[in-house]
Write a protein that binds this ligand. Sequence first.
Ligand SMILES: Nc1ncnc2c1ncn2[C@@H]1O[C@H](COP(=O)(O)OP(=O)(O)OP(=O)(O)O)[C@@H](O)[C@H]1O
Length: 574
Amino acid sequence: MKTCITLLKLFAPALPTMLLALLAAWLCMLTSIGLMASAAYLIARAALHPMIYELSIAIVAVRFFGISRAVLRYAERYISHDATFRILTNLRIFCYACLEKIAPAKLVGYKSGELFGLLIEEIDVLKDFYLRVLSPPLTAVLTLATISGILFFYSPTAAIWLIMAFIMIGLGLPYLAYHFNRSGSTYLREAKGIYKSECIDIIHGLNDIKVFHYDEKKFAINQRIASQITTQERKVFRTTALADAGADLIANWTLLAILACLIPLVRSNQISGIHLAVFTLAVQSSFEAVLPLPSVWHYCLAGLDAAKNLFKISQLDIALHPTAKTHPNCQGNKALLIDKLDFFYKPDTPVFKNLSFSIVAGEKIAIVGASGSGKSTLFNLLLRLWEQNFGMLYLNNVPYDAMTGETVRQAFRAITQNTYIFQGTIADNFRILYPDCTEAEILTALQKAQLHDFILSLKNGIHTDIGEDGNQLSGGQRQRLAIARALCRPTPILLLDEPTASLDSITAQHIMDTIIKTLDNRTMLLITHDLRGLASMDRIMVLKDGQVIEQGSYHELLRKKGEFSTMLTYQRAL
Ligand SMILES: Nc1ncnc2c1ncn2[C@@H]1O[C@H](COP(=O)(O)OP(=O)(O)OP(=O)(O)O)[C@@H](O)[C@H]1O
């Protein structure tokens, strides 16, 4: 029920268009019935060889209903598709806004196939909810009310037969189809999600699949799921086809029953034989409104399930940022305070326990530590991509809980281990971040990242298409492009997670020198495994078991001969 209400709220902006489309559908159905009735009248009357002028009204009626039916059908399709596209726009914006707020923290349990399904398929199902689920029953009810009302005037029994037939076709058959197919439909939805994840897995892992000769096994798994889906789909469509056939059978038998009610009226001269033909064809034509109903259940269930999945995602945002209410101004140079922070991905394996430290505005800090010690996790918490379990983070003395994730992120620019290069040109990748960015700004940033010469050697320069995730660049070039993008405009705090890991040591050193020069008095946090070039940092923090076990300047730590000094000695020896 709650899902239906939320769904209808999303449909609300398209309500006037939907009502207009419904009116057009109802009028179209009436003109369709009018066409059959006037044609029946014309044929039956013509069979009695009347004077031609006696048929003129019937001829005009046939023309009128014939033309207006086509016009109304066009209008109905046009308006209902307009309503559908309005709904689609609302749903896409809603879904994207929800995903954007909760990614990545609350999406960990989701497979990429499921998310892909959510963005494409589930929204497609919902977009048709009006056309396939809401409109057909409403049109059927309006048509039934009109035709049974007229029929009731001549024969109440015939009207009752018609109402019963509509109920059986519109409710009875859909219920039976639902009953037989419920588990099949649920299975289909789940299996399709798994199938999509498998396909995405194959696309991402194509190289490794080939290298490790995993092709046959992987494709066999995929084929098995695909054939299970086909078998189940066959079952679902068989039931739907049986329900459609049942609907035709009920319609024809009801027509016979109505004829049986009307023939005695002809005998007793209460209606003429011509009227009998008119009623028969009008009733037969009215079934056109109810015949699509047996398949409504299928679309209705699919739509409600899709809506549930979508709204589940919208609920996750409330869980992620429960207390974000104010939007303090976070511009200017920032200081950070991490106070008694606890964090875990899984309750039994904490990443941080009671972690506390502070960063003065303008400080350049390196965070080092063994692999898995929580360095990248710290960045994710600073960027509020994840929420801490206990403790608090402060940005310029403002607690994170008092800000939205978006406000927090405005203070940062980050190069993470998985920085994504968007599909399009080099310039596009800058303009995603800064839409008004000039060519000169892009070139200056590229120069800082030592990518300038390479880009200018390309035929189309910064307008060169670099493919999906920059796959037409080398790993090091992709990394330098990410650095250039982050340095394009000044930002209060720069977070760098191993920004030069795929670069040769000379280029890496040059880039780090440029970054530090560019930053002036702005804050920088650098995660690195390369301990040699850290002398220029104000402070180095060593993370171990979720704690800062050592901190100080490069030379202080060397003198101390603790963890950092040991790590550096090992690295030099290597
Ligand atoms: N999304 C996740 N879900 C569950 N556990 C995770 C997730 N991301 C990281 N972890 C775990 O959290 C711990 C810290 O990981 P993190 O990536 O922060 O380490 P790191 O110090 O950056 O490592 P590296 O130097 O190898 O990049 C690791 O034990 C890792 O297995």
